[in-house]
Design a protein around this ligand. Structure first.
Ligand code: COS
Length: 381
């Protein structure tokens, strides 16, 4: 991937990225959006067998680097999204769904789950959103009531990626009063009595997605992640790491759209010359390429800051996610336009990319939320 030569990355990153691209060039994995659940399972298996899911956990538990490394996750998502939205999804969810345990879980939870996240035996999900609490996380209503050495969880989550195929759900529930300070996180096995996946949600770029019901689900207190009341901060700190990686996926999709457009502009002829000879085509290509590079720079800066500077990178990761996902929308739209009728034809790569990038502007914090995060920090609100 271009940009790797910049000082944001070290030799290990470069080797990781080159190795993943080589592997992807020959990987033969079921990749069928009409069969999204089976495809996601197939990608998790294949990525685990080849060792790539090791990027989702810290070194003690089989990870590629000592600690979760945002740059490695970004490079993986760029390369995977370039090839397949489902490959990117399968990888990203193993990271997002286990990061609260990697970052805040006790030793027993980490030992129990993280090696199995890396070897693909444990498929994970991040169960935060609810019907009335998507952007406004602090309003969530799922309750966790302490009962002896356990908590009893009741509520319904929605828009949960991997609902139905996950083995582990990290569930955020209210243990205290109103607002952000009343939330707590739990590691909930899919097999827990009272925990069931409900309605499946179909989207324009299909992947496993649905609701999660918790009906008197009894969860041992040892499965609490962090302390009571830490849930909101755990969710936000996890999103701080993963928002820049959403930007990275956007870069992967956009780079693919650009490459498809370059190839098409050179080979398609009209008015007696290649499409590339038209200055309006050149303007489109120049705009697309600049959007891709600007996105990559913001993404790589945010990931570098997370890994090297440490601490909160809310503003930088929000900028990366916001800019890169909006830019990918523009790039894929321009690609469709350059392809003309082929661009809106089912089965064409750019038609699929156009659908694949849309949800990125909404999930892991709608782009309007990213703007709030950026402004709040600048205005010290
Ligand atoms: N890391 C650690 N702590 C954080 C944090 C972060 N990134 N962001 C906020 N906090 C802390 C704050 O410091 C504050 O702590 P104190 O109560 O000790 O002061 C607390 O959390 C509340 O923060 P804040 O007042 O900023 O919370 P708001 O309710 O105003 O919410 C937004 C802020 C809107 C930014 C938040 O709700 C959000 O990101 N929403 C989008 C959620 C999302 O991404 N949903 C998609 C689900 S995953 S697909």
């Amino acid at each position: 991937m271009s940009g790797l030569e910049l000082p944001f990355f070290d030799e290990e990153h470069r080797a990781f990225s080159a190795g993943l691209e080589r592997w992807l060039a020959q990987a033969d994995v079921l990749d069928d959006e009409r069969n999204a659940d089976a495809s996601c399972r197939a990608w998790v298996r294949a990525l685990a067998e080849a060792g790539w899911l090791r990027a989702c956990v810290p070194g003690t538990f089989g990870g590629v680097r000592a600690e979760l490394d945002a740059r490695t996750i970004c490079l993986a998502r760029e390369a995977l999204a370039y090839r397949s939205a489902l490959a990117d999804f399968a990888f990203a969810m193993q990271g997002l769904g286990s990061a609260p345990i990697a970052l805040f879980g006790n030793a027993e939870l980490a030992r129990r789950y993280l090696p199995n996240v890396a070897n693909g035996r444990c498929v994970t999900a991040f169960a935060l959103s609810e019907r009335e609490a998507g952007s406004d996380v602090a309003a969530l209503a799922t309750r966790a009531r302490r009962d002896g050495d356990a908590y009893v969880l009741d509520g319904e989550k929605t828009w949960i990626s991997n609902a139905g195929i996950a083995d582990l759900y990290v569930v955020f529930a209210r243990t205290g009063g109103d607002g952000a300070r009343g939330l707590t996180a739990f590691a909930v096995d899919a097999a827990t009595a009272g925990c069931s996946s409900g309605k499946r949600i179909e989207t324009m770029s299909p992947h496993p997605l649905g609701t999660l019901r918790l009906e008197h689900a009894r969860v041992a207190a040892s499965r609490r992640i962090g302390e009571e009341g830490d849930g909101f901060k755990i969710a936000m700190a996890t999103l701080d790491v993963f928002r820049s990686t959403v930007g990275a996926a956007a870069v992967g999709f956009a780079r693919r759209a650009l490459d498809e457009s370059l190839e098409h502009a050179r080979s398609r002829r009209l008015f007696g010359a290649p499409l590339a000879a038209l200055q309006l085509t050149q303007a489109a290509i120049a705009t697309m390429a600049t959007d891709v590079d600007a996105s990559a720079l913001l993404v790589h800066r945010a990931a570098w800051m997370k890994d090297v500077r440490r601490g909160r990178v809310s503003r930088e990761s929000a900028m990366a996610k916001w800019f890169a996902t909006e830019a990918a929308g523009r790039v894929c739209d321009r690609a469709v336009q350059l392809f003309g009728g082929r661009g809106v034809t089912r089965g064409e790569v750019v038609e699929r990319l156009y659908r694949d990038v849309r949800a990125l502007r909404i999930y892991e914090g709608a782009n309007e939320i990213q703007q709030i995060v950026i402004a709040k920090q600048l205005l010290e609100l």
